[in-house]
Ligand binder design. Structure first.
Ligand code: T4K
Length: 403
């Protein structure tokens, strides 16, 4: 329990945590099993290029999602780039600004113009009605992002794409293990992309996957991720090196085998946060539809400064001082980062909800590295910071201190 302002680390108290608590601390899974796999891989001397672990990982991911094909790759960014190229997107592609920068870079890297679309403030995903208003003769596709594992409005986006002859793909980097109307994400659009980066729900150190129910696209992507080779000495596409290594697949398989445990821990953490934050004015926890499958991988808060008195940014400072390394995903929005800010300096005018959200949102640590006790302490810090009403001198100190 915190009773006095001087107990906050920001005002000179002992930090509530000795070690830093990070958002995105990796889940490890069965370490022994991983080491056995790595030994097996070394004994077999097969380290990359569509090895046995990669093939097994692809099969198991596809089975888990109920999707026809899974193509494992070296990271989520390359996965996005490969799908964009394989679908022959060009000209303009509609994409949210409220996403990790990789979604947008994957377009610009191929000299395709990202057209930033606003989001629905409830779901944090593309607002389909706004999508429609941005379509021009140069538009070739739409990329939806299931941010926090929250499904996009896939039905409306599919209708719009079909009606206007556009390609539709999804960045499902956050959404492994999540469903929409009973169907696993991974089954929508022409293809969906996952990230298995260390910070993700399922990780392969670095890694990613493309999943699709389209046989032709699957064939094409398999060749494109391996330089375009269609057999020894025969290149038939412009390809790249997108291959997943065997050691990554070994971690991916081990991670996948612990998926139920990870979900249980994340769900427990989510419930603890729900309880610990209940009733704090102006602090709301992003809600998860419990009727669907979910990975509970992100603990997302929205801070309404009009009610909390402390802004999101001051709260982040207070938490960091306590060694709780909360993050402002996805501040300030891709449209305010380079090169997009210079290319489209007025993009924000059409992104009112994105701009509001990037000022309000913060994510907190969860996963297997966090205990219920940790969460209870984090919630106490937030509650105290909001209800204690700083005087003007304290507020000045908070505002002017270096973070
Ligand atoms: N699309 C979306 C919607 C994405 O969110 C991402 C990635 C992608 C596409 C691209 O997928 P990849 O190409 O990455 O596969 C992190 C991750 O690096 C990034 O993968 C992720 N999204 C994004 C949401 O978060 P940063 O810049 O915040 O990373 P960083 O280094 O600050 O690490 C995040 C936290 O994790 C830190 O607080 C420390 C902790 N951490 C990190 C690593 C790597 C650990 O505790 N252990 C670790 O090994 O981007």
């Amino acid at each position: 329990m915190i009773n006095n302002l001087s107990e906050l680390a920001f005002f000179g108290g002992e930090p509530k945590f000795k070690e830093k608590l990070f958002v995105g601390r990796p889940n490890i899974g069965d370490r022994q099993k991983l080491l056995e796999r790595i030994n097996d891989m070394l004994d077999r001397r097969w380290l990359s290029n569509n090895g046995a672990f990669v093939q097994d990982f692809e099969r198991r991911v596809a089975d888990y999602l109920g999707v026809k094909h899974c193509i494992a790759v070296c990271n989520g960014t390359i996965a996005l780039e490969l799908v964009i190229r394989a679908l022959e997107l060009k000209g303009e592609v509609i994409v949210p600004s409220f996403t990790f920068i990789a979604t947008v870079h994957a377009l610009q890297w191929q000299e395709i113009t990202p057209v930033f679309c606003d989001i629905d403030p409830e779901t944090h995903t593309l607002n389909p009605w706004r999508v429609e208003s941005l379509i021009t003769p140069r538009t070739s596709g739409i990329i939806g992002v299931h941010v926090w594992g929250q499904p996009c409005d896939v039905e409306t986006l599919t209708q719009i794409a079909d009606k206007c002859g556009l390609k539709l793909m999804f960045d499902a980097s956050h959404a492994f293990g999540c469903s929409h109307r009973g169907m696993m994400l991974g089954n929508f659009g022409s293809a969906e992309v996952f990230s298995f980066h260390a910070t993700k729900f399922i990780n392969s150190f670095e890694g990613g996957a493309i999943v699709t129910n389209n046989d032709e696209l699957n064939q094409k992507l398999r060749l494109m991720k391996n330089f375009g080779f269609a057999g020894y000495d025969n290149v038939i596409y412009l390809g790249t090196n997108g291959k997943m290594s065997e050691v990554s697949a070994a971690m991916g398989l081990t991670s996948l085998e612990s998926i139920e445990e990870f979900i249980d821990v994340n769900r427990r953490n989510y419930k603890c946060y729900q309880e610990g934050l209940a009733g704090i004015p102006g602090v709301s926890l992003f809600s998860i539809d419990e009727a669907e499958k979910h990975n509970y991988q992100y603990i997302v808060l929205e801070i309404d400064e009009a009610q909390t008195q402390v802004s999101r940014d001051l709260l982040v400072k207070i938490l960091h001082a306590e060694n709780v390394i909360a993050r402002r995903y996805f501040y300030p929005g891709c449209h305010r980062m380079e090169p997009y800010q210079s290319y489209f300096p007025h993009a924000g005018l059409l992104l009112a909800e994105t701009e509001k959200l990037t000022e309000r949102v913060l994510t907190l640590p969860t996963g297997t590295a966090i205990s219920e006790e940790d969460i209870s302490k984090i919630c106490q810090i937030i509650r105290f910071a909001v209800v204690s009403q700083f005087n003007s001198q304290e507020m000045h100190l908070l505002k002017t201190s270096y973070q």
